[in-house]
Design a binder for this molecule. Structure first.
Ligand SMILES: *Cc1c(COP(=O)(O)O)cnc(C)c1O
Length: 341
């Protein structure tokens, strides 16, 4: 098998560390895992296998196709987007349970015979979920977890407490066994937000949405192979639109990675690579499949060598103008995904 010229280094120990840390921060509440979007781009099967081994018991995906992809693991899975007519066959197999979001979804589930389900209540997001005055529709349902979702948990705004209070007021009103409100940032808002079950995604994978989560460790490091090393003479430019011009003769390595891999154009002239503890700046525009790195400080690096991109998520988000979520979920299919731990 030909190995790809780019790979994602995935640190399984850091992933498990992050889950344990979020579990501890969740106090008495259980800590689940959001593994939608193929485990935020890392690979849902690999992520779920490791987290289940660490003790995680509750997994959240967006769609039934995503539930089907991890069905061989036989985990407890909730499908956040609920239940369309097209989903009834897969739902009937019992590989996951729906998070019912609307009156139509509740009716569809009841008509199919019901059974264990979860329910999303809207407390201010106005995206998915039943409104608080539709609780009467839930009569007769076998509800495992009642969920709601925070709109601004990564900010210090009054809306957090308003949503928390609205959700807390639902306790005992639906027969649900558990209540669940907090995503990654919500866990950091404190024990009042944990209820019975938390649902982190981003922070599991190394994202840091709030300062309280500073102990979260980086999980994902893109690495790319050097295709060519060259000297760019003084006064010459690199790449599309010639947005970087060499002030003096500059040693450059051309790496096999670009925006088609999720290494966004926003890293043009701001991204970088890490080599032996030193940051090597990215020069010029990020192309579809190539970038140029200043390797003047790394005389040993040549064709065929590998370089790690600087991908500490909070800083990389600031450099590229993308969110930490986008930096993870856009990592493409051309990488070999290589796990340690
Ligand atoms: C994606 C998602 C989560 C996880 O959110 P993070 O911000 O990634 O921690 C939790 N709950 C719901 C309903 C989600 O859609």
């Amino acid at each position: 098998m030909t190995r790809a010229p780019l790979r994602l280094r995935l640190d399984g120990d850091a992933l498990v560390h992050n889950w344990r840390h979020l579990d501890a921060m969740s106090g008495a509440a259980a800590c689940g895992a959001a593994i939608k979007a193929d485990g935020y781009g890392l690979g849902a099967l690999a992520v779920a296998t490791r987290l289940a081994a660490a003790g995680c018991r509750d997994f959240f995906v967006a769609s039934w196709a995503e539930a089907e992809a991890i069905a061989p693991l036989r985990l407890s899975v909730s499908v956040l987007h609920g239940l369309r007519g097209e989903d009834m066959e897969l739902a009937g197999w019992g590989i996951a349970r729906p998070v019912l979001n609307s009156a139509a979804q509740v009716a569809r589930w009841k008509a199919a015979g019901g059974g264990a389900c979860d329910v999303m209540i809207d407390t201010g997001m106005n995206r998915l979920g039943l409104s608080v005055d539709e609780l009467y529709l839930l009569e007769g349902l076998e509800i495992g977890t009642l969920l709601s979702h925070l709109a601004c948990a990564d900010e210090d705004v009054a809306m957090n407490e308003a949503q928390r209070a609205a959700f807390a007021a639902l306790a005992g009103r639906t027969g649900a066994k558990r209540l669940s409100l907090a995503n990654s940032a919500g866990i950091a808002l404190g024990p009042d937000y944990a209820f019975d079950l938390t649902r982190p995604g981003l922070a599991l994978y190394g994202g840091v949405p709030r300062g309280e989560l500073a102990a979260i460790r980086q999980v994902v490091t893109p690495e790319a192979q050097v295709l060519q090393r060259r000297t760019v003479p003084a006064g010459r430019s690199i790449g599309y639109n010639a947005i970087w011009t060499a002030p003096a003769a500059t040693e450059v390595a051309i790496l096999n990675i670009g925006y088609a891999d999720g290494y966004f154009r926003g890293f043009s002239n701001t991204g970088g690579a890490l080599h032996q503890g030193r940051r090597l700046p990215l020069l010029g525009r990020v192309s579809m499949d190539l970038v140029a790195i200043d390797v003047g400080a790394a005389p040993d690096l040549g064709e065929g060598d590998w370089l790690a991109l600087d991908y500490a998520l909070p800083q990389a988000a600031a450099q590229s103008g993308m969110s930490q979520y986008e930096l993870l979920t856009s990592l493409g299919h051309r990488f070999d995904r290589v796990w340690s731990g």
